[in-house]
Design a protein around this ligand. Structure first.
Ligand SMILES: CC(=O)SCCNC(=O)CCNC(=O)[C@H](O)C(C)(C)COP(=O)(O)OP(=O)(O)OC[C@H]1O[C@@H](n2cnc3c(N)ncnc32)[C@H](O)[C@@H]1OP(=O)(O)O
Ligand SMILES: CC(=O)C(=O)O
Length: 539
């Protein structure tokens, strides 16, 4: 059976740029456009040339090779011709393959926001589409507030869509601009548009997530007949965001309800790049990926429940709706106080540690993890500390060095120039092969930084080995909110091999919790260097 094509339209660089707190530079935009182009998205909307210097500079060149490169803007203003509208002129001259024009389709907006007549707005749509088509570029219309407009004046909303279609627009995109429309309404309204004479092959959907249903609304529109879906990477966008393409794409590709009828530009092989695309985008935004994001989140295929882990290990389909590798994600069976023997055996096996189900040391390890988690540890986010704990109980962690003691001080004082400064000082005493080494360090970044510097300043014969160890992240969590609370510190470390590992420390003293996590990180690094730890095997 021939499948119909669904076209994917990405507006990360335009609507995504309207996200509070997100501000792309030209360089960011180039990098993101390259990512989308390489991934194989059909349309990449780059922004609004003429609206700001970044977008104008970005449109000086065509920035994609495979994807259609789209410039966004608005229809001509009422009362001027297309050739006398400076905003439209910039769009027509931009180095784009297509122009997507936002047009009012709710008569209330025509009156209040544009201040012109309904007929003048229809004339703007007609003339603007024709002006774009005359340049040879593909013309698209984003019918702003289409669903609200339809509910208030059905005839006028339909007239806007039909005017664009009859003027030659390749795509007429129905926008749920305020994001309040429900999936059942989307189905009904799309069907009415098609019945009015605009074919589904020319219709698109642009949904906002204000009721948490942008993805559901987009899929409902596809079921009702639209053939272009707009959205953004990781669902960024104005207010609560846009439809998340990172969720929509795997649903279209993997779910029989869609893949039996439709195909997209993303095949099964490309889909395996989805998790890394989503995470790379978060890296660019300098934020942590959402662990619970469908398909690509670190928790999307994770379980810490013993009953689930036991069944998963017998057959992953028992608790997975699709195999994680289809989207480039990983199955994760975690150890925690919710886990049974199956979780632990699996987690240990991945680290090259073989232990049998009836080994008493396994019971001892489970008991220690459950007790420690009750006192504040969280091993599911601290893989290296878990491994160290397991190896200690199973008796295979060498004693590289012994920390005999440490001291940390914080002093607020005036410096020689009379400026107030807060300086921390730390002293660490370690013993290596019977020899005592004492290191002192100062830091203006706090006592933990001073301790870290002191601990790593002189580790005797191991010093060269830890030269490439870097602390990538440091997270402090107060577990029961007062100054006498228990503190959990999570440290992310990395080294020149690109490996990353997480360690945890817990104490009612933040410095002590940090020191434990630092120590685990260093010992893990030394073991890893000797192939005694960190050999993660694929499941
Ligand atoms: C639903 C959406 O997401 S649409 C995209 C929204 N994105 C943006 O607005 C980001 C980029 N925008 C901008 O930088 C600026 O708004 C610009 C450069 C486009 C325009 O700036 P200005 O000329 O100063 O106008 P301003 O932003 O104050 O107001 C928008 C104007 O566009 C008019 N307008 C709005 N939509 C349309 C339309 N579809 N067709 C024609 N005119 C329109 C408004 O009536 C208003 O005109 P007025 O100034 O005569 O009252
Ligand atoms: C065009 C657009 O971004 C909207 O209507 O939401």
């Amino acid at each position: 059976m021939t499948r119909e094509r669904i076209y994917l339209f990405d507006t990360t660089l335009r609507d995504g740029q309207q996200t509070p707190g997100i501000d792309f530079s030209v360089e960011d935009k180039i990098a993101i456009a390259n990512m989308l182009d390489a991934f194989g998205i059909d349309y990449v909307e780059g922004g609004y040339p003429g609206a700001n210097p970044t977008d104008t500079a970005f449109f000086e060149k065509k920035r994609t090779t495979r994807s259609h490169f789209v410039a966004f803007g608005m229809t001509k203003r009422a009362g001027v011709s297309t050739s006398n509208d400076p905003g439209l002129a910039i769009l027509l001259q931009s180095k784009s393959d297509a122009v997507c024009l936002v047009a009012k389709s709710w008569d209330y907006h025509v009156k209040v926001a544009l201040g012109c007549t309904n007929e003048e707005n229809l004339e703007s749509i007609d003339q603007s589409v024709k002006a774009v088509s005359a340049t040879g570029k593909e013309a698209m219309i984003d019918c702003e507030h289409f669903f609200d407009g339809f509910k208030n004046n059905r005839g006028y909303a339909l007239a806007c869509a039909r005017t664009a279609y009859e003027a030659g627009a390749r795509w007429i995109v129905l926008c749920d601009t305020n994001g309040g429309t429900q999936p059942s309404e989307v189905r009904e309204i799309v069907a009415a548009v098609i019945a009015s004479g605009v074919p589904g092959s020319h219709l698109g959907i642009h949904a906002h997530n204000d009721t948490g249903q942008a993805v559901a609304n987009s899929l409902a529109a596809v079921e009702a007949g639209v053939r272009q879906v707009q959205g953004t990477l990781n669902g960024i966008g104005e207010r609560c965001g846009n439809a998340n393409l990172v969720t929509i794409i795997p649903t279209l590709v993997l779910k029989p309800a869609f893949n039996e009828r439709f195909e997209t530009s993303i095949d099964a092989e490309k889909l395996q790049e989805l998790t890394s695309l989503s995470h790379a985008f978060d890296e660019m935004l300098n934020r942590s990926p959402d662990h619970q994001m469908p398909y690509v989140g670190a928790s999307a295929f994770a379980t810490k429940a013993g009953i689930h882990a036991s069944a998963l290990l017998k057959d992953p389909r028992t608790y997975e709706h699709v195999p994680p590798e289809t989207v480039g994600n990983l199955r994760k069976v975690m150890v925690s106080d919710q886990g049974g023997k199956s979780n632990f055996i699996n987690a240990l096996k991945r680290r090259g540690i073989v232990v049998s189900k009836d080994d008493p040391k396994l019971d001892q390890l489970i008991g220690v993890v459950k007790d420690r988690e009750a006192s504040g540890y969280a091993y599911e986010g601290a893989d290296a500390s878990f491994e160290m704990l397991a190896r200690r109980i199973l008796g295979s962690v060498p004693e590289f060095f012994l920390v005999e003691g440490y001291r940390a001080m914080v002093e607020r004082r005036f410096d020689a120039n009379g400026n107030l400064k807060t300086v921390s000082e730390a002293v660490v005493k370690v013993k290596i092969d019977g020899e005592q080494i004492m290191s002192v360090a100062e830091s203006v970044h706090g006592p933990v930084n001073a301790l870290d510097i002191a601990l790593r300043k002189d580790l005797g014969k191991y010093q060269a080995e830890i030269a490439d160890l870097e602390l990538a992240d440091f997270k402090v969590r107060i577990l029961n909110g007062s100054t006498a609370a228990v503190t959990r510190v999570l440290i992310e470390s990395t080294d020149a091999t690109g490996a990353r590992w997480w360690t945890v420390g817990v104490s009612d003293n933040v410095i002590d919790a940090s020191f434990q996590a630092l120590m685990d990180s260093i010992i893990y690094k030394l073991m890893k260097n000797r192939d005694q730890a960190g050999q993660i095997a694929a499941e």
